[in-house]
Design a protein around this ligand. Structure first.
Ligand code: SF4
Ligand code: SF4
Length: 101
């Protein structure tokens, strides 16, 4: 009998294309001006600017069909710094594992 080491078991690749844009449900504060259109900006309870989220929980700037950012060139700094494969990314992916395609 051949024993397969646990480390050789196929893990799903960490890529945004196999993820239901989990990180786009997080609160995103606007701490610099990257040109986010006004219609996607909301004000939080403390008066700070954040990305508007719709009733489904996702960012208003997310295309619900493609699950891609519609303002990618103008996305907030926090979105730019949220790295694929980072600890935070893995945590978010774990949170909605059943949504993976
Ligand atoms: S949680 Fe990670 S894999 Fe998923 S969309 Fe965000 S950066 Fe991409
Ligand atoms: S601005 Fe774009 S990358 Fe940032 S949370 Fe919204 S849809 Fe996601």
């Amino acid at each position: 009998m051949t024993t397969i080491p646990l480390t050789d078991l196929a893990e799903p690749a960490i890529t945004c294309s196999t993820c239901a844009a989990c990180c786009c449900r997080l609160e995103v504060m606007l701490i610099t001006d990257t040109g986010v259109p006004e219609r996607y900006i909301d004000i939080d309870d403390w008066g700070g600017e954040v990305m508007l989220r719709l009733d489904d929980g996702w960012c208003a700037a997310l295309d619900r069909d493609s699950m891609r950012c519609t303002i990618y060139e103008k996305r907030p700094l926090i979105c730019r710094e949220f790295e694929t494969g980072s600890h935070d990314c893995l945590e978010e992916r774990r949170g909605i594992a059943t949504a993976y395609r």
